[in-house]
Design a protein around this ligand. Structure first.
Ligand code: AMP
Length: 445
């Protein structure tokens, strides 16, 4: 019998990997659109019991295909502006090289739209990887076929081969069976360490997994699932979620899900104005999604019904134009004049939110509180980031979803002072929404 060492040990019950339809698990209760019949997060954590870790694989002398997310931002001259995703995959890569595997890395970079376009070549990433590891790094200028095979054949145990961008083939995103076969042919085992692309059902994230009985999660994938899974599945209470960003439409499913598990939800960012519209306030020229106003009202009602403390800002920084140079002032949210727009939460709100954060034991943050890219509207996001670092120092678990909140905390230089900053914006959002991640499901045995 195969040795299965669970990544997570919430309980000892082993489930068959998946019920026939995950979506049928989401059957809504008749009268309340925001309560689900089952506990999605504990369902997810049970799924994780069926996944092995890379450390369980016997890799000596084996060719191990590893899906990484090296989709890093690049300058025009090819230098990498932020190598976090590469650095975060090093523990998995080094675990394998140190045990004598030939590590074959697969990744995408940008959106070359299924065409070979050297503006999206991973060659600069190979060059950067050479500066981060003592292992010999080869680069294959195609991800399948003779070019890939000959480079792999020349590699020794302990070496790394980075394959060219898998999205140079439209078949990658199409999860194409023949393309998958060509890739699978290159290795003996499969490891997925690309949490940032785990929400995509592509050839290298899902289709390829079924070709290998020896398949496992990498250490970064494990870490991401562990932090997000623990925070959502078995939070230390009080449990607070902070949700911001531009639009409420992108966060509705997250708010719905979090209302089932959070004690407090703090709202900020552009989405707050749709809530104010729902409350009958004038919002000037602030960002409002007119077609989501009634939904915002439903959310406010449901929070009341479920006894969830859902806080909205009481004051805002408003400006007379969407510009860092615009005239600006602070008002209470029921006094936004015509022609003015709210671009940040105000200082009174910062104080209340800081207190709520500091009295919590688990905090999950997704989405900035204001237009943090402009220095005059970054104070609210900075205040939340600073409160998170203080809460972490006091022993709270603090998890930052990827994307803009990760960019913000990095901009403030505070990312090392929180428990975990996710490498996957879209993936962590879908995890928070309680959606299954295809890249994770595909690993289950
Ligand atoms: P999202 O992609 O939905 O998470 O939104 C992130 C973006 O929301 C950031 O680029 C912020 O600049 C923007 N944002 C935050 N607050 C506001 C606001 N009050 N008005 C307009 N945009 C905002």
């Amino acid at each position: 019998m195969r040795n299965i060492s669970p990544l997570f040990a919430y309980d000892t019950q082993i489930w068959t990997p998946y019920p026939p339809s995950f979506s049928s698990q989401k059957a809504l209760l008749p009268n309340n659109p925001f309560i689900f019949e089952d506990d999605i997060y504990s369902f997810l954590s049970r799924i994780l019991l069926m996944i092995r870790s890379v450390t369980d694989l016997d890799v000596q002398g084996k060719k191990v295909l590893v899906r990484v997310d090296f989709n890093v931002p690049l300058h025009e001259d090819g230098t990498i502006t932020d190598d976090k995703r590469i650095v975060e995959s090093l523990p998995t890569i080094e675990n394998l090289t140190s045990r004598g595997a030939i590590v074959i890395l697969m990744s995408h970079l940008g959106r070359p739209k299924g065409k070979r376009n050297l503006a999206y070549s991973l060659a600069p990433v190979a060059a950067h990887l050479r500066t981060l590891t003592t292992a010999h790094v080869h680069f294959a200028d195609d991800c399948i076929g003779e070019a890939a095979q000959s480079v792999i054949a020349s590699a020794n145990p302990g070496d790394i081969v980075l394959l060219e961008n898998v999205r140079f083939y439209a078949e990658e995103e199409a999860n194409d069976a023949d393309f998958i076969k060509s890739l699978a042919h290159l290795g003996d085992m499969y490891v997925n360490d690309a949490f940032g692309t785990a929400h995509r059902a592509h050839a290298t994230t899902t289709g390829i997994a079924s070709h290998f009985t020896e398949r496992a999660a990498g250490l970064l994938m494990q870490k991401e699932l562990q932090y997000l899974g623990d925070a959502l599945g078995k939070p230390q209470r009080p449990f607070t979620a902070i949700l911001g960003g531009s639009k409420v439409s992108g966060k509705i499913d997250v708010i719905r899900q979090l209302m089932n598990s959070c004690d407090t939800i703090l709202i900020g960012g552009g989405m707050m104005f749709t809530f104010y519209k729902a409350m009958g306030y004038e919002t000037g020229s602030s960002l409002v999604e007119a077609d989501k106003v009634s939904l915002a009202k439903d959310i406010l009602d449901a929070a009341k019904a479920q006894n969830v403390r859902l806080l909205l800002p009481t004051d805002a920084v408003i400006a007379n134009a969407f510009s860092n140079e615009a005239e600006r002032t602070i008002v209470t949210v029921d006094h936004i004049p015509a022609g003015w727009m709210g671009l940040d939460i105000g200082p009174a709100t910062c104080a209340v939110y800081t207190e709520a954060i500091l009295s919590s034991k688990t905090i999950v943050w997704n989405g900035p509180m204001g237009v943090f890219e402009m220095s005059n509207f970054a104070a609210g996001t900075l205040a939340v980031a600073q409160a998170l670092t203080q809460a972490t120092a006091q022993g709270a678990i603090t998890v930052i979803g990827g994307g803009d909140s990760a960019a913000a905390i990095a901009q403030f230089g505070l990312e090392k002072q929180v428990s975990h900053v996710s490498t996957g914006g879209g993936a962590s959002l879908e995890f928070l929404e309680g959606k299954p991640l295809p890249g994770v499901e595909a690993l289950s045995l």
